[in-house]
Design a protein around this ligand. Sequence first.
Ligand code: ATP
Ligand code: MG
Length: 174
Amino acid sequence: EEISLVDLMRQTVDNLETQSSLHNIKIQDITCASMVAADRDRMIQVFTNILSNAVKFSPNGGDVNVTLWNQQDSIILSITDQGIGIPKEDISHLFEKFYRFDNSYSRKIGGTGLGLSICQEIIKDHNGRIWIESEENVGTTVFITLPLKQQLPTGPVNLDKPLVNVVEDDVNIA
Ligand code: ATP
Ligand code: MG
């Protein structure tokens, strides 16, 4: 199925409950192409887990910034939160099944530890990559890249400057 990742990310953000103004989810779209061949429901599952992680591991609220852009023949997404972050020694284990940090905060918070391993499986099935950068008490960024359906023109692309489709969405979420 051919889907627009930008549209799907917007829908996923809209579908998350918007009950309090603790978290502000912002989407910045600086893509010039976002069509990928993907399973819509599984991709929604990926976005939902990443966004709900960003929210639930940011107990003091803050911004969740989603950015989408292109690089060569792929689309790149980053989801950044201002939450509790992840200890360095744990980052490499995050995609293991049932892995959760053994700190009091993670224990208190619900979850099975399956989300990220499922996300990785889905992204791999779509020939993409997923990785995480994080700093404790600063925040976490999840990166996802997926191959584009169409080829972009080759040659240097200035990523400092938005190409087209600059859209910002603001959604408040509990
Ligand atoms: P589930 O997704 O199955 O409900 P979960 O959210 O605990 O449970 P994962 O999504 O796989 O499981 O995440 C694994 C662990 O990685 C989390 O328990 C948490 O410790 C850590 N983690 C994931 N995302 C973040 C984030 N944005 N900030 C801080 N820690 C995170
Ligand atoms: Mg999760």
